[in-house]
Design a protein. Structure first.
Lengths: 37, 173
């Protein structure tokens, strides 16, 4: 278990790296780039 | 760049940052047309780059990719690369999409591969923050910076529809 803040920090970093505005957009971008199935 | 053009470009950036891509686009369309009419290459390219970003922000995917391709074609031979790299993550993401479209052979206008490669190198140079765990990260063209293994893990959980709270409970780092 990690703190909610840690998760939020990771999420905000990956949004920035993917150029995504939110989680849904990040998932779509990551699928485009084949980072996740 | 003339002072007026600089001001309008910055206004467009502010509108984009405020989540008003429609207004940014209207402003950039005018700026783009004026630069084209007066044959001001630098302004034309900068407005073109911002226009592509405004289209992307407005979810006009295909138009954004086409606008970027249309701007890169004259920009690259003249050495305009910084203009694009300076726009950061959103431009890197859009570049990634353009590369994907070209690879799939779906692009109307093809930007020379050498041009795309130069642009990618410019992005890498401007975001030269070393990854804390380089061995675990996936280097993907079109990404500003590789994701760490942990970020990929979080992404996977986001994809399965978990909330931040649920991710926190499920994570063991």
């Amino acid at each position: 278990v990690v703190t909610l803040d840690t998760v939020k920090k990771n999420v905000s970093h990956l949004l920035a790296k993917l150029g995504a505005a939110n989680g849904t957009e990040a998932v779509a971008r990551a699928r485009e780039l084949s980072l996740i199935p | 760049l003339p002072a007026v053009a600089r001001l309008t470009d910055d206004q467009a950036r502010v509108l984009l940052a405020e989540g008003r891509p429609g207004q940014a686009l209207a402003l950039l369309d005018r700026l783009h047309a004026a630069a084209a009419a007066q044959d001001r290459t630098g302004s034309l390219i900068e407005a073109g780059a911002l226009r592509a970003l405004a289209l992307a922000a407005g979810s006009e995917e295909a138009a954004a990719v086409a606008a970027l391709a249309g701007t890169l074609t004259p920009a690259c031979p003249q050495g305009y690369v910084r203009v694009f790299a300076d726009e950061g993550a959103p431009m890197a993401a859009l570049l990634g999409r353009l590369i994907a479209v070209q690879r799939a052979g779906e692009a109307a206008a093809k930007v020379p591969l050498g041009c795309l490669a130069r642009l990618q190198r410019a992005f890498e140079a401007s975001h030269a923050t070393p990854d804390p765990r380089p061995g675990t990260a996936a280097a993907v063209p079109g990404l500003v910076e590789a994701l760490t293994a942990r970020e990929v893990e979080v992404l996977g959980m986001l994809a399965s529809g978990r909330s931040n709270q649920a991710i926190a409970r499920a994570s063991l780092w």
